[in-house]
Ligand binder design. Structure first.
Ligand code: FES
Length: 143
């Protein structure tokens, strides 16, 4: 089987889809490889991600990975959300076919872009190196 049960389940029934009108941070990233786009909205209070929603014009794997990514960071401190890598997301989903790994990068990058946006809006300093593109599985994606 190509996709794990968990991938299919999140694809059919994605969690936290939508927008947050008064979001504290919004991140939008695109995948140059396929042209898909993802937008992530965060509600942050006292360093905790109280709410998160996402919208995507992306493939099924992008939907499944962002869905599980939102579950993994909801209620967590920003510091933990920053540790979310596409590998963590893929593992949580029980794996992805190799040619679909690049889709999971979109979820990781969207979360980081939204946190960066939150920092920028609030004049909070951050370590730029945390936001460097992740080349772990593909090299053609961009911001
Ligand atoms: Fe574009 Fe999966 S094919 S994100």
């Amino acid at each position: 089987m190509l996709y794990s049960e968990k991938v299919m389940e999140h694809f059919r029934n994605p969690r936290n889809v939508g927008q947050i009108e008064d979001a504290d941070g919004v991140g939008e990233v695109g995948n140059a490889k396929c042209g898909d786009i993802m937008k992530m909205y965060l509600k942050i209070k006292d360093g905790i991600i109280e709410d998160v929603k996402f919208m995507t014009f992306g493939c099924g794997s992008a939907i499944a990975t962002s869905s599980i990514a939102t579950e993994l960071i909801k209620g967590k401190p920003i510091s933990e959300a920053l540790k979310l890598t596409n590998q963590v997301v893929v593992e949580a989903l029980g794996g992805l076919p190799a040619y679909k790994l690049h889709c999971s990068v979109l979820a990781e990058e969207a979360v980081k872009a939204a946190i960066k946006n939150y920092y920028d809006r609030n004049g909070i300093e951050y370590d730029e190196s945390l936001y460097m593109p992740n080349d772990a599985c593909c090299t053609t994606h961009s911001h």
